[in-house]
Design a protein around this ligand. Structure first.
Ligand SMILES: [Ca+2]
Ligand SMILES: [Ca+2]
Ligand SMILES: [Ca+2]
Ligand SMILES: [Ca+2]
Length: 288
């Protein structure tokens, strides 16, 4: 079983996903605000033949000022930590995925970390972790790549920290690394506050995948989630409402192998569901 999906390139959210921000709430928040576990884990892969130093850049790491979701007053502290070395590779270490609450997802060697509160100098701008040498990552033979992991945790407070990532070969600008990718097992993100924007997640269907199990949390009954592919013209999946999970299994047809499915998130028309934060997991199921 292999249950991640690849987002396009090094920007998270990916540029084709049309998702404005990732979101992680402080752990005193309520799950009905759209974050089920107050942490988020992303992985970055660096091709073995890339020899320069890398940076993991976080846009708006603070929780205050622009972009963030206030509850009462801004009083949230968010810990970002970067891991490399043995224990990071989720194909070798199930705990690293962070899918099962209670397991230790902070596996690997801690390379860098920082706590952010409400701080103007890190508001609405990038903070760069690094430099890291690619070989500080955990090597995965199948992908011929080094893997890094960044964990975001809402360690105190109750506000929503909105942020984005970019894996860069420069500390001060976003310069892509050819062949590098980002992926996660559980994606917690914010929808745009309008009716017309459609968000997308594109899981790639490898040979041997027979179905995809989707789970969504706290969608607030906000319109439709549709699956579009070479074979499917918009299959609706069961949607969650408030503070609950809905799941279903989507069978894969032969024409869909070696292509990406397009999970589309269409907001309902009429009354705007504001600041809709949602969690999505997509688990690829292989033939035994
Ligand atoms: Ca901010
Ligand atoms: Ca607060
Ligand atoms: Ca923020
Ligand atoms: Ca929500």
């Amino acid at each position: 079983m292999c249950d991640s999906y690849t987002v396009s390139g090094q920007a998270v959210p990916g540029k084709d996903e049309n998702i404005p921000f990732l979101v992680t709430f402080g752990k005193s928040g309520e799950t009905s605000w759209g974050d089920d576990d107050f942490n988020q884990i992303f992985f970055f892969t660096i091709p073995k033949d890339f020899k320069q130093q890398i940076y993991i850049r976080v846009f708006d790491p603070d929780c205050g000022g622009e972009n963030d979701e206030i509850q009462g007053i801004f009083n949230t502290k968010t810990l970002f930590s970067v891991y490399g070395g043995k224990g990071v590779d989720p194909e070798k270490n199930e705990e690293s995925k962070g899918l099962l609450n209670g397991l230790n997802y902070k596996t690997g060697n801690l390379l860098a970390s920082r706590v952010f509160g409400a701080e103007a100098r890190n508001d609405n701008k990038y903070y760069s972790f690094g430099p890291f040498n690619p070989t500080e990552g955990d090597f995965n033979e199948r992908w011929n790549s080094y893997i890094f992991k960044i964990v975001c945790e809402g360690v105190s407070g109750d506000d929503g920290n909105l942020y984005r990532y970019f894996l860069s070969r420069d500390a001060n600008t976003n310069l892509a690394i050819e062949g590098a990718n980002a992926f996660t097992y559980e994606y917690t993100f914010r929808m745009w506050n309008d009716f017309k924007s459609v968000a997308h997640i594109y899981p790639f269907v490898d040979t041997g995948i027979v179905s995809i199990k989707q789970r969504n949390f706290d969608w607030d009954n906000d319109g439709n989630i549709l699956v579009v592919s070479r074979y499917k013209q918009g299959i609706p999946v069961p949607i969650s409402n408030q503070d609950d999970w809905k799941e279903s299994t989507i069978p894969i047809e032969p024409p869909e192998i070696n292509s990406s499915l397009d999970f589309q998130f269409h907001k309902k028309q009429g009354d705007l569901v504001k600041n809709n934060n949602v969690v999505v997991t997509l688990q690829k199921v292989s033939q035994k």
